[in-house]
Write a protein that binds this ligand. Structure first.
Ligand code: HEC
Length: 180
């Protein structure tokens, strides 16, 4: 069992009793606003992809795992409410684990990435996922997998989730989980 799997299984054990089904998350206009509790139990979600990932500039090396809350049907788009969580094991950060996510919010949100909202997550002291930031882009000072010592201001493309994921626009901005 990898360290990631062990930690995520641990968080499942502590978080299942308080998990809600998230059924009231839909805001006006059919948008899905993911709440922290919607990430609970991510360790039990289906693993859609895992691998070492491509070497990219400023990208820490390490095993990646992509989980989905609800596997998508074949089609052109991921349904509103889909959440993909990607963990990256990295010795470059103190916690040993970087966690990013994308949730299909839909509506008029982030039209440059077809309604996806971006997240960085972390595990709390009891290994439950917490939201560090969310939005159409990371806030100032944050970047994609930047280990300590890599300045987001100079990491160029690493701060722009939309841009890099546009390379997978024909698969609804998702690299690793194929719709067809
Ligand atoms: C330098 C290019 C690049 C940037 C910038 C980038 N990503 Fe990714 N992302 C990838 C690639 C490539 C994958 C496929 C898995 C892998 O190789 O690690 C991926 C996978 C993902 C996944 C799993 C679903 C999928 O598309 O495969 C999530 C979630 C994710 N990224 C979130 C983010 C967030 C949040 C940001 C912005 C903070 C971001 N990404 C910025 C290249 C990038």
């Amino acid at each position: 069992m990898t360290r990631t799997t062990a930690r995520l299984l641990a968080l499942v054990l502590v978080s299942v009793p308080v998990a809600c089904d998230g059924g009231d998350d839909d805001a006006e206009g059919g948008e899905f606003i993911a709440l922290q509790r919607d990430f609970a139990g991510v360790g039990t979600w289906e693993v859609m992809w895992s691998g070492a990932g491509e070497a990219m500039a400023a990208h820490p090396a390490g095993m990646r795992t992509v989980y989905v809350n609800d596997p998508p049907p074949a089609g052109d788009e991921f349904p509103t409410g889909t959440i993909l969580v990607k963990t990256m094991e990295s010795s470059a950060v103190d916690t040993g684990l970087l966690i990013h996510a994308m949730a299909k919010r839909g509506g008029t949100f982030n039209p440059d990435a077809n309604g996806w909202e971006w997240f960085e997550l972390a595990l709390d002291d009891e290994d439950r996922p917490i939201i560090i930031w969310r939005g159409e882009a990371p806030p100032d000072g944050h970047c994609y997998g930047c280990p300590p010592g890599v300045d987001p201001a100079t990491a160029k493309g690493m701060v722009d989730c939309n841009m890099c994921h546009a390379a997978a626009a024909e698969n609804d901005f998702v690299h690793s989980v194929k719709l067809r």
